[in-house]
Design a protein around this ligand. Structure first.
Ligand SMILES: [Fe+2]
Ligand SMILES: [Fe+2]
Length: 273
């Protein structure tokens, strides 16, 4: 099973640029073309929050139009820039959001890897939190299928990345989440967005990853104290490859025109020197 993860698409209303500079819709259109061109084709696409920039319904309508060319199922979860009501209005017809309750978290059972999306949004604040209700829901879902390999996806990372400006807006009850995850060895990984960079860490008995943005990236500033800036490093998506007996392996797939690929070996079978 191949799972593509797109993150932090930050779609703005028509004619508006993010931070007055980034045409996030154009970058998402390129990302969608990139995913459509992959061989083998991903079985599903996850979009891990900051779907739009200001939580406006017209932004979700635009996002939906931009994602529409993807032929595989697409599952979205909210980030701190999102708003649940307009997100539900525009994407609810896809049928995977819970019919009742406030939170937009769900389990997808249709694939070899069980996919569990968590809703870490706290309206009006950049950092995330799950709280007892959403954590209890996760505990119950994981308890249902202890033998099924599972990927948990959410917006806010539960670990400190070393980028101070992002670490102050992490998942504030990550420790409570960790104690749930630790009890369920079928969790092959936890994958997040929010940090606009590919980062990996060992965490609570599993592996946790954050995805790059389809548009602008967060500047890699590991100074303490550091500054929080964005940078136009190459956009990318993640490809999570799961195979029976192997498990989950995560690749970063950069979006753009790059020279190559070039062969290592010549027609004579010898390494080109
Ligand atoms: Fe973001
Ligand atoms: Fe975010």
């Amino acid at each position: 099973m191949l799972i593509a993860q797109i993150s932090d698409t930050h779609i703005k209303p028509e004619g508006r640029l993010a931070y007055r500079r980034v045409d996030t819709a154009l970058f998402l259109a390129r990302c969608v073309e990139h995913v459509r061109g992959l061989t083998p084709a991903p079985d599903v696409v996850l979009v891990t929050g900051d779907l739009v920039d200001a939580g406006l319904e017209e932004e979700y309508v635009r996002l939906r139009r931009l994602l529409a060319p993807l032929p595989m199922p697409v599952y979205v979860i909210p980030g701190n820039h999102d708003a649940r009501a307009p997100l539900r209005n525009v994407f609810g017809a896809d049928g995977y959001f819970p019919r009742e309750g406030e939170y937009l978290q769900y389990a997808i059972e249709d694939h070899p890897v069980r996919l569990i999306g968590l809703d870490t949004l706290v309206p009006g604040q950049p950092g995330g939190r799950l709280g007892p209700e959403r954590l209890a829901w996760l505990e119950a879902r994981l308890g249902e299928a202890p033998e099924r390999p599972t990927l948990v996806f959410m917006h806010h990372p539960p670990f400190k990345t070393g980028i101070e400006g992002m670490d102050v807006q992490w998942l504030e009850d990550g420790e409570a989440l960790g104690s749930v995850i630790r009890r369920h060895a079928q969790v092959e990984g936890v994958t997040c967005g929010h940090v606009h960079r590919a980062i990996h860490a060992r965490w609570c008995g599993t592996v946790v990853t954050t995805a790059p943005s389809s548009a602008h990236q967060v500047d890699l500033d590991l100074r303490q104290p550091g500054a929080l800036n964005w940078v136009m490093e190459p956009p990318a998506c993640l490809l999570h490859l799961w195979r029976p007996g192997v498990g989950l392996v995560t690749h970063t797939s950069h979006i753009g025109d790059f020279p190559g690929p070039y062969p290592f070996y010549g027609p004579d079978g010898r390494l080109i020197d």
